[in-house]
Design a protein around this ligand. Structure first.
Ligand code: AMP
Length: 492
């Protein structure tokens, strides 16, 4: 059937509420994101909207949905939170029982709406919509070859590489085109891609990023985390396996030949530490339970005499509860977090050194005054927030501040899709514990050990611990070829 023109992306006319007039999108290639696909369910775009809403923590910079109604693909995407980008009217303009969605992580920098996913393309076999979570480690190599071959890229996103590879594939069926294209990729990817009314979902052979399969009323849902299934009332069926490629049409889910598995699986342990929501199940385990176990191990490894355990909310809540349970020191709500912080219009000159942290956190004086406090955070990255928080706690009357980190020092950049600063900016790669204690102004600092962390989720499963250990399970092709910096993609 001849295709009608693909409508141009509809960019919302009203600005996002957490947006300033000059809202800019970062066009550096990296993808710390959430992805969703819905098949065989009426008004699929509304379901994708809800699922993206549940996955908002995986990306606050931009959101997009592409729907297919049997004849036409339609797309709507824009900058801001899911609830800013979509409303009833925009969802009404995305009819059909097939839809794919994406949320993208917040950063600051250059500008490019083209990078907002799902990426769309019309090629010989149909209308394609692609949503990717992860980061390809051979993207410069592949892009250079494709460009030499005549490809014209519209975005700086590594995800577009797959669009070109599928479109170029000489294989006969879409199944084979997608499989063939995927075999060129190296690095981390959980991808949901639709071609007309068929959805494909895949995890890279090491399974760095999560992707779960759910069932709902005769239809199928795939999403980054189980919390997205919960909001829809969908039944969790299973996690996709590393290297697994499936084809979905309505309730029909077919396993296609898996991708070659070059090494051991390496699901990202940082998803458990920080990134995933505690009400999700990742790598077959509850994120909340894993974080509590990190906290309990931490309490055993770094005990201290104190009056209260508090968390850096919200990502460290579960770990702090674990620390409190194990140590017997009461858990208190000593820091509150403002959930409505967006970009601010306050000029830099009006900001003091703790301004960023004060916008986000406020101490509860009644809890802290005259107390010896253990503050638990999930991870230490640059050390900037921690320093400000410690000053806040002391100003609120804490007599001692003991910082406990429910993960080992982050010493190495992530090339597999977690937004991290470059190696030189990571406080754990530059300084040892006594120096960090001094720098952030604490009475003591204790990190969970790498063995302790692995022990806490002891199930014999291998993980990617590259940001802590420097052991990278998938080859860093671009770095090895001198095409990108070993310091890391350099992001947050
Ligand atoms: P800092 O004090 O500057 O080292 O920042 C540590 C805080 O950053 C912790 O509270 C973490 O929850 C949070 N964090 C860890 N990883 C990331 C990330 N990839 N993106 C944004 N925040 C993060």
């Amino acid at each position: 059937m001849p295709h009608a023109p693909l409508p141009l992306p509809v960019i919302p006319t009203r600005p996002a509420i957490n947006d300033v007039a000059t809202h800019q999108l970062d066009d550096r290639p990296r993808e710390e994101c959430g992805v969703v696909g819905v098949s065989g369910l009426a008004n699929a775009s509304e379901l994708v909207f809800l699922a993206l809403y549940a996955l908002q923590h995986r990306g606050q910079e931009a959101a997009g949905i592409v729907s297919y109604d049997g004849t036409y693909s339609r797309v709507h995407k824009g900058a801001g939170l899911v609830s800013d980008v979509f409303d009833a009217a925009t969802l009404g303009r995305l009819p059909g029982s097939t839809a794919v969605g994406h949320v993208r992580y917040s950063t600051a920098g250059g500008s490019s709406l083209e990078n907002v996913q799902p990426l769309t393309a019309r090629y010989a076999s149909g209308d394609m919509a692609l949503a990717h979570n992860g980061n390809l480690t051979n993207q410069i190599d592949l892009r250079t070859r494709l460009v030499r071959d005549g490809a014209i890229f519209r975005t700086s996103s590594d995800s577009e590489i797959l669009v070109h590879l599928v479109a170029k594939s000489r294989r006969e069926t879409v199944d084979d085109q997608i499989h063939h294209a995927l075999t060129h990729l190296e690095g981390a990817y959980s991808i949901v891609v639709s071609v007309d009314d068929t959805i494909y979902a895949v995890r890279d052979p090491r399974g760095f990023r999560p992707l779960v399969l759910g069932a709902l009323d005769g239809g199928t849902v795939v999403a980054s985390e189980t919390c997205a299934l919960d909001i829809l009332g969908a039944r969790y069926v299973r996690d996709l396996k590393p290297g697994e490629l499936i084809r979905i049409r309505g309730s029909e889910v077919e396993q296609l030949p898996p991708l070659p598995t070059p090494g051991r699986p390496a699901p990202c342990i940082f998803e458990l530490v920080y990134f995933a929501r505690p009400d999700s199940r990742i790598w077959g385990k509850s994120v909340d339970r894993a974080r509590r176990a990190f906290g309990r191990h931490l309490a055993r490894e770094h005990p201290v005499q104190a009056d209260a355990v508090i968390a850096v909310p919200d990502s460290a809540n579960s770990a702090a509860l674990g620390y409190a349970e194990e140590s017997g020191i009461p858990f208190e709500l000593g820091l509150l977090r403002n959930h409505y912080v967006g970009r601010t219009f306050i000029q830099p000159s009006q900001r003091d050194r703790d301004f960023g942290a004060r916008m986000k956190y406020n101490p509860v004086r009644e809890v802290l005054d005259g107390k010896r406090v253990v503050i638990v955070d999930d991870s230490l990255v640059r050390g900037t927030t921690s320093r400000s928080l410690v000053r806040m706690l002391r100003a609120a009357g804490a007599t001692q501040v003991h910082f406990r980190i429910a993960s080992p020092p982050v010493r190495f950049p992530c090339f597999y899709g977690i937004d991290m600063p470059t190696r030189g900016e990571l406080i754990g790669s530059r300084l040892e514990v006594p120096e960090i204690e001094k720098k952030i102004g604490v009475d003591s600092l204790g990190y969970l050990s790498l063995d302790g962390m692995i022990d806490a989720v002891a199930d014999g499963a291998p993980y990617c611990t590259a940001c802590f250990s420097g052991e990278y399970p998938a080859p860093l092709v671009d770095v090895e070829q001198g095409l990108s910096s070993p310091e890391g993609p350099g992001t947050c």
